[in-house]
Design a protein around this ligand. Structure first.
Ligand SMILES: [Zn+2]
Length: 68
């Protein structure tokens, strides 16, 4: 396959499976490869972005407010 490669990121006790672009950028598994989707060049940046997805999910869902 000449598409993007998959990579597994182990963080927060969760495994995120996402893809790497030809340029070595990490794609957000939630945003995917759609036009205008963000690409990250470090795991930390991707993880920060994923954290924001989680926060947004909690805000809209509101079912589980995990205390800090
Ligand atoms: Zn995203």
């Amino acid at each position: 396959m000449n598409g993007s490669d998959e990579v597994i990121i182990d963080k927060f006790g969760s495994l995120f499976r996402t893809k790497v672009t030809k340029d070595g950028g990490l794609l957000c598994p939630i945003c995917g490869e759609k036009e205008g989707a963000p690409i990250f060049f470090s795991e930390e940046d991707l993880i920060r972005h994923l954290t924001r997805h989680e926060l947004r999910k909690k805000e809209s869902g509101g079912e589980s407010n995990a205390p800090e």
